[in-house]
Design a protein around this ligand. Structure first.
Ligand code: IMP
Ligand code: MG
Length: 190
């Protein structure tokens, strides 16, 4: 596995820039094939911002012309797992009544973030609510939610890059990587 040392952390590449680009193009076509009407895209910030930026441009190439508004949700996290409390830090300004909405998130893990956002928009009268996630990390689901569109299945590792962070670091990496803990670094084969 290709590895980089960035700022003293060993990071292994899980999905390359090329892997991501081809997958995003396919996702956009899948989304377009559902023929959403009067579509509003809502990236859930912050972790999804790079994925969303690429996905909406791929959606353009797939023939869609959505509106875009943003929501910042925070689920309190102890170290690397979410606690269940989801808070709206920034709400959308758009009325979703009767509209099709595509929620975009970086990772589906417990599902609490996505379930919360879905419930909120359903309560406001959205018509169809689709969900697109870059990564699905199975094994930790705690809410009744699934992704309609999923980029990749994610190994049970802490991942960074392509918008995703570890304490706000590594969002700028053009690939999806995982932080190799110091105690594992020695055991890793090339
Ligand atoms: P959940 O599905 O409500 O547990 O929320 C998943 C959220 O936790 C994601 O949107 C990420 O912001 C964050 N998250 C989960 N796993 C990771 C990871 O491996 N790296 C970075 N953020 C993560
Ligand atoms: Mg997130």
């Amino acid at each position: 596995m290709t590895q980089y040392v960035i700022d003293g952390h060993k990071i292994g590449v899980l999905f390359s820039q090329d892997d991501i680009a081809s997958r995003v193009a396919v996702l956009a076509k899948d989304i377009a094939s559902r023929r959403p009407s009067n579509l509003l895209v809502v990236p859930i910030l912050k972790g999804s911002f790079v994925f969303a930026a690429d996905l909406i441009r791929a959606m353009h190439h797939a023939g869609l012309s959505p509106e875009v508004d943003f929501m910042i949700l925070s689920s309190y996290r102890s170290a690397v797992r979410s606690s269940g409390q989801v808070q709206v830090l920034r709400d959308i300004e758009t009325d979703v009544q009767g509209r099709d909405v595509l929620l975009i998130d970086d990772i589906l893990e417990s599902g609490r973030t996505l379930a919360f956002a879905k419930d909120l928009l359903a309560a406001r009268g959205a018509n169809a609510i689709y969900t697109a996630v870059l990564l699905n990390k199975p094994g930790h689901l705690a809410a009744h939610v699934s992704a309609d569109f999923q980029g990749f299945k994610c190994p049970d590792k802490f991942v960074v890059g392509y918008g995703m962070d570890m304490a706000h670091q590594f969002r700028e990496l053009p690939f999806i990587g995982h932080v190799i803990p110091a105690d594992e670094a020695g055991q890793d084969k090339a």
